[in-house]
Design a protein around this ligand. Structure first.
Ligand code: AMP
Length: 180
């Protein structure tokens, strides 16, 4: 089983740095660059994710722009499956399908290539570093659906439980660490 020991969880939690008031007043930004440059923490995390997902029979990992690309690519390689970037609008060069989502003020949009998941009815794991309100992940799950693939689970390194972001997501949700 892919359980983390309490000691493993502590190593991971301690490796994520809090940056108060970034990018604006009142937000505590969870900085995962200090997890990435800590080989022990990165190994614990990736071993855990590999162990959890090796039996999911996945075809692709889809990572959300930009930190989801890092964890998603490592995991895709470990599992021997393809990686698909879910990008912010205007970055992908070929024909795209887009999904809008609301922010505190206004909208943002994520996109994938129309042929991002070439295998029919493919099983996709969506991954990002953090789920807050869930708006980004919800849009990414519907994008995966729009282009004919199935999001079997959305995975996050960290979940801000008090924002209840998982409630709006039309997929199973798994988070490695939680903040109440
Ligand atoms: P949301 O759509 O509200 O769930 O926001 C999730 C996206 O915003 C993810 O791609 C996160 O990387 C980023 N994000 C939101 N809140 C934070 C935070 N407190 N610390 C770090 N990243 C955050």
């Amino acid at each position: 089983m892919a359980t983390l020991t309490l000691e493993d969880k502590r190593v991971l939690e301690d490796s994520i740095r809090d940056i108060p008031n970034f990018p604006k007043e009142g937000i505590i930004f969870k900085d995962i660059t200090t997890l990435l440059n800590n080989p022990k923490a990165l190994k614990i995390l990736m071993n855990h994710l590999e162990e959890r997902y090796k039996s999911y029979n996945l075809d692709y990992i889809a990572g959300i722009d930009a930190r989801g690309f890092i964890f998603g690519s490592i995991l895709a390689d470990r599992l021997g499956v393809g990686f698909v970037p879910v990008r912010k609008k205007g970055k992908l060069p070929y024909t795209t399908v887009a999904e809008k989502y609301s922010l505190e003020y206004g909208f943002d949009e994520v996109e994938v290539h129309i042929d991002a998941f070439p295998k029919e009815n493919s099983r996709v794991l969506l991954i990002d570093d953090l789920i807050a309100t869930g708006g980004t992940a919800k849009a990414a799950v519907s994008l995966i659906d729009k282009v004919g693939a199935n999001c079997v689970e959305a995975c996050f390194i960290l979940e801000l439980d008090f924002l209840k972001g998982r409630d709006g997501i039309d997929s199973e949700v798994y988070s490695v660490l939680h903040i109440d």
